[in-house]
Design a binder for this molecule. Structure first.
Ligand code: HPA
Length: 270
């Protein structure tokens, strides 16, 4: 594992002239933020040694390196989902590589179903905390002390300073920003009404099929995380309607300029 990470990091360090200290995982529908990255270089996942290849529609797999908010960033267009068949080591492999490259900040976005009755479709939720309901833990197995401690603290998995900065910026720019707890599930089914109800009762505000594994590994690696969900559908009793991946992508697309603006400004002011 250590050798594989090093091999991939060495390859990328060679390709990228000046490695950024911030990485962004662009979730469903957020591909457009990638277009705002200037002075860019693109590296398809298929060219990166040891990188899994992304398969789901709406996730074209490549790394983009360039400038956003006046700073150099490294963006993942397309992430690896557990439901695609990757194991947790594969899902979180890019985070290990980013850390090896010297990345300190991880920004994450995703599409999620909202369970909080005050949420609307198209809202953005700042993730304050999460509940891990994936069936496999990304740190299961041998711990490499070089990568992080055996029993990582998770009391502030989503960095408070970054959250406060994001909230301040949203207020300034008059962007409605919800906040809450994200629950990560394996998918690929969306939830039944009874499951949404259960997830609300156990403390969730939003639910999705990603983010939690990457955030766990980022914390293990000592990186600072800022993450947002786009609420693309509602798992609220009385508001549950049939949904499809296309509708999720559509709703995410509409909300994406708001996340883009917040992320760009956070990076500018960091
Ligand atoms: N559930 C799980 N994942 C999702 C949802 C949802 O309702 N919406 C978008 N991604």
């Amino acid at each position: 594992m250590l050798e594989t990470i090093k091999q991939t990091a060495d390859y990328l360090a060679n390709k990228i002239s000046d490695v950024p200290n911030t990485a962004i995982i662009l979730g469903t529908g957020l591909g457009e933020l990638a277009r705002e990255i200037t002075e860019r270089e693109e590296i398809p996942y298929s060219e990166i040694p040891n990188f899994p290849v992304s398969t789901v529609e709406g996730h074209s797999g490549k790394l983009i390196v360039g400038k956003l908010g006046g700073k150099r960033v490294l963006a993942m267009q397309g992430r690896f989902h557990y439901y695609e068949g990757y194991n947790m080591k594969q899902v979180t492999f890019p985070i290990r590589v980013f850390k090896a490259l010297g990345v300190e900040y991880l920004f994450v976005s995703n599409a999620a179903g909202g369970m909080n009755s005050s949420f609307d479709v198209g809202d953005i939720m700042l993730i304050e905390d999460h509940i891990n309901l994936f069936p496999e833990h990304p740190l299961h197995g041998k711990n490499y002390d070089q990568l992080g401690t055996r029993f990582p603290d998770m009391s502030e998995a989503y960095n408070k300073e970054l959250r406060l900065l994001a909230m301040e910026i949203a207020k300034e720019k008059d962007i409605k920003l919800q906040h809450g707890v994200y629950i990560g599930l394996q998918g690929p089914t969306f939830e039944t009404p009874a499951e949404y109800n259960f997830l609300r009762i156990i403390g969730g505000d939003a639910v999705g099929m990603s983010t939690v594994p990457e955030v766990i590994v980022a914390n293990h690696a000592g990186m600072k995380v800022l993450a947002f969900s786009i609420i693309t559908d509602l798992g609220v009793i009385g508001k549950i309607v049939e949904i499809s991946h296309e509708e999720v992508q559509e709703a995410a697309k509409i909300a994406q300029p708001k996340i883009a603006e917040i992320m760009r400004t956070v990076i500018e002011r960091m």
